[in-house]
Design a protein around this ligand. Structure first.
Ligand code: DX5
Ligand code: ZN
Length: 212
């Protein structure tokens, strides 16, 4: 499966969003962390920001809903035609139904797991999902340190996925220094915020991530 890099807008300078988008135009996807102050202890941005970004970028959109009751907002977010909508395993009661709804809306269905959440339940919804996001930090804030114990979880998840066409995304503390190890463990989709946006030359940084 193609490896992809998703630039996380959480680390962008929101005063100059148009210019920030130009700096990361060589990424494969734009990643949006939507936070509600309930599921995670932080509030970020919502649909108006994503709509504005969509008007100034051709990159596919990767929407990571870190919110309670994400099933109530799927139709709203589908309006911006994201390639991927990811909901949290811990925030959804009827996961199989929610993933089906995301696909019905024309998007690829993702499910995200907090660091301590076991992979086990995913076994029963593998045919219903297109992406698994292993959080490599506790969700809610950019700029945190990668949790090394997640490498084992990524390896286990790779085994669980087998040959199915499911992307294995990692998010949190991802940078040039750990991307090779993560790829070797089986990750195929790399979300990075601070590392990319705080680089002097994000295009060069993205190229270095690809080479690594
Ligand atoms: C963490 C978010 C991430 C965040 C990653 O709660 O889900 O997408 O933007 O930021 P960095 O790359 O700075 O760890
Ligand atoms: Zn994220």
């Amino acid at each position: 499966m193609n490896r992809r890099i998703s630039a996380s807008l959480l680390a962008a300078d929101f005063c100059h969003l148009g210019a920030e988008l130009a700096r990361v135009s060589s990424a494969d996807l734009l990643h949006f962390d939507v936070m509600d102050g309930h599921f995670v202890p932080n509030i970020s941005f919502g649909l108006p920001v994503i709509e504005a970004v969509k008007r100034c970028s051709d990159l596919p959109l990767d929407v990571h809903l870190m919110i309670e009751h994400p099933e109530r907002y799927l139709e709203e977010f589908a309006v911006v035609e994201p390639e991927i909508i990811t909901v949290h395993y811990e925030a959804v009661v009827h996961l199989q139904r929610t993933l089906g709804h995301i696909r019905e809306l024309g998007c690829r269905a993702g499910v995200s797991l907090n660091p301590h959440t076991p992979l086990e339940g995913l076994r029963y919804v593998l045919d219903d999902l297109d992406l698994i996001l292993i959080m490599t930090v506790n969700p809610g804030f950019g700029g945190q340190k990668f949790i090394p114990a997640m490498l084992d979880k990524i390896r286990d998840c790779r085994q669980l996925i087998g040959s199915r066409p499911i992307e294995l995304q990692v998010d949190g503390g991802i940078c040039v220094e750990n991307v090779a190890e993560l790829a070797a463990a089986g990750a195929t989709n790399f979300v990075a915020g601070s590392a990319i946006f705080h680089a002097a030359d994000p295009a060069d940084y993205i190229a270095r991530m690809r080479r690594a």
